[in-house]
Design a protein around this ligand. Structure first.
Ligand code: UD1
Length: 384
C-alpha cells in the first residue's frame, strides 16, 4: 500500500510525526512482507522559515520531506490554488492509494480537494472539530476536508457527534484519540530535562539576553488574524500585557512572524521590547515549548494545539478566542482552558482566576499516546 501524507504549516508537524513512527514500526514488524506500507511525505512549504518548519523536523526526528512544493506565503486563494496545481502533478506521478491530511491549515484543504478530484482515497486525521465560526479560514478547511474524506479519524467523542449530526455515514468515522498527544507523551521526558533559562537565552530577542528568571512566568502566543491584524484589537491587548500581566510575573512571548510584522506596523513593538518583564522570543521549537508549558503559571494563547497540550499538562489556559473547535479542552468539560475572546475585562478576570488556580491535568478518553497506531490500523483495515 502506498500512503502519501501532507504537511504544510507548523501545527501539522507534531501531528504527522507519530503517524510516520507508526508506519516505521508496522513495516519493521512486517519484516518486508508484501503488506509493507510505502510512505511519501509531501511538504507544501506554506511555512518555510527554519524556526517554523525545519526546527520541528529536527526535534521530532521527522525524515526530510520527499517532495517540497515550495508554496510559501500569499493570500488564501494564492496558497490554496498554487498548492492544488503543484499537488495534482505529485498525485499523478506518485499514484498513491491514500492521501492522509492532518489538521485544518490551507494545505489540508488544498490537498484533500485535489486528491478526491484524482479519485484517490483521503483520510483526515483530526476530523470533526467544529467552531461554528465561518470567519475562521480553518473552519472552512475543516468542513470541506471532512465532507470529502473517505475516512474521518476523530480525536474525541464531541467531534464524532459533530460528524454524525452532519450525516456522515458511520462506516467512515473512527474515534482514535488525539494524535498530538502521542507526540507529547513521546517527548515529555526529553523536554523535562531542558533548562528553562537556557531556552530563554537561546531564543530571546532582547538585547539583555542574560535574563534569569527569578519568579514564575506566563507564556503568551498570539497569531490569529482576528487578534493581531487590527490595531484596535492588538493595542489594548498589548496595554494589558505591559501594564498588568508584566507587573505580576515575567511574560515569555515567542512571537509568530505575522504578529511581529503587525506589532512593528502598528508602532507597538518598541513598547513591548522596552518592558523589562516581557521577554520577546523567536518562535520556539517543539521540545522547548513543551518545557515552557510544563512550568508556566498561566498560558495565554489563541492556538488550538496549545489548548490541548495545556489540558494534558494541567496549565491554566486563557484562550484568546470567542469560540473553540476543541470544547473538550474547556473547564466545563474538565479541561484547563477558558474562552476570553479579546475583551480585556474578560481576559483580566480569567487571568486573576488562573493565577489563583492550581495545575490539574486531564486525560480525555483515548488521549493515551497510541492514536497514530489506531490511525494506521483504520487505514489498513478500511474495507469498502
Ligand atoms: C497558519 C494556519 C493556522 C495556524 C498557523 C500556525 C491556515 C489558514 N492558517 O496561519 O491555522 O494556526 O499557521 O502558525 O493555514 N510567515 C513567515 N515565515 C513562515 C511562515 C509565515 O514569515 O515560515 C509570515 C508571512 O508573512 C505570512 C504570515 O506569516 O504571510 C502568515 O503565514 P500563513 O502561513 O499565511 O498563516 P499563519 O498565520 O501562520
Amino acid at each position: 500500500m502506498k500512503i502519501l501524507s501532507v504537511v504544510g504549516a507548523r501545527p501539522n508537524f507534531m501531528k504527522i510525526a507519530p503517524f510516520i513512527w507508526a508506519i516505521e514500526k508496522y513495516n519493521h514488524r512486517q519484516n518486508s512482507q508484501p503488506e509493507t506500507v510505502k510512505h511519501i511525505l509531501v511538504h507544501t512549504g506554506q511555512h518555510y522559515d527554519d524556526s517554523m518548519s525545519k526546527a520541528f523536523f529536527t526535534d521530532l526526528h521527522i525524515p526530510a520531506a520527499d517532495i517540497n512544493l515550495g508554496i510559501g506565503s500569499g493570500t488564501h486563494a494564492e496558497q490554496v490554488g498554487h498548492t492544488m496545481i503543484a499537488f495534482e502533478k505529485v498525485i499523478r506521478a506518485q499514484k498513491p492509494d491514500w492521501v492522509v491530511v492532518v489538521g485544518d491549515v490551507n494545505a489540508t484543504l488544498a490537498c484533500s480537494v485535489t486528491a478526491k478530484k484524482e479519485w484517490i482515497k483521503v483520510c483526515h486525521i483530526e476530523a470533526g472539530l467544529r467552531s461554528g465560526d465561518l470567519t475562521m479560514p480553518e473552519e472552512i478547511n475543516r468542513l470541506v476536508t471532512d465532507r470529502l474524506s473517505d475516512l474521518l479519524l476523530a480525536p474525541d467523542m464531541l467531534s464524532v457527534q459533530n460528524l454524525r449530526a452532519e450525516g456522515v455515514p458511520e462506516k467512515k468515522i473512527r474515534f482514535v484519540g488525539n494524535i498530538m498527544i502521542d507526540t507529547l507523551e513521546a517527548n515529555r521526558k526529553r523536554a523535562r530535562s531542558l533548562d528553562v533559562n537556557e531556552i530563554i537565552r537561546r531564543y530571546s530577542l532582547s538585547h539583555d539576553n542574560d535574563h534569569k528568571l527569578d519568579s514564575s512566568y506566563a507564556v503568551l502566543t498570539i497569531h490569529r488574524p482576528s487578534n493581531v491584524d487590527s490595531a484596535e484589537v492588538l493595542e489594548p491587548i498589548v496595554s494589558f500585557l505591559t501594564g498588568e500581566v508584566a507587573e505580576e510575573l515575567t511574560l515569555l512571548w515567542p512571537v509568530h512572524p505575522r504578529t511581529e510584522k503587525r506589532l512593528a506596523e502598528f508602532g507597538l513593538y518598541g513598547r513591548v521590547a522596552a518592558n523589562r518583564n516581557i521577554i520577546l522570543m523567536e518562535p520556539v521549537g517543539y521540545l522547548d515549548m513543551l518545557r515552557l508549558n510544563m512550568e508556566a503559571r498561566v498560558m495565554l494563547t489563541d492556538s488550538g494545539g496549545l489548548q490541548e497540550e495545556c489540558t494534558v499538562l494541567g496549565t491554566p489556559c486563557l484562550t484568546l478566542r470567542w469560540n473553540t473547535e476543541r470544547p473538550v479542552t474547556l473547564r466545563e468539560h474538565g479541561g484547563a482552558s477558558v474562552l476570553t475572546g479579546n475583551d480585556i475585562e474578560r481576559i483580566r478576570s480569567a487571568f486573576h482566576q488562573a493565577m489563583n488556580s492550581s495545575r490539574t491535568p486531564l486525560r480525555p478518553e483515548l488521549w493515551d499516546g497510541h492514536t497514530a497506531e489506531r490511525c494506521l490500523e483504520a487505514i489498513l483495515g478500511f474495507g469498502y
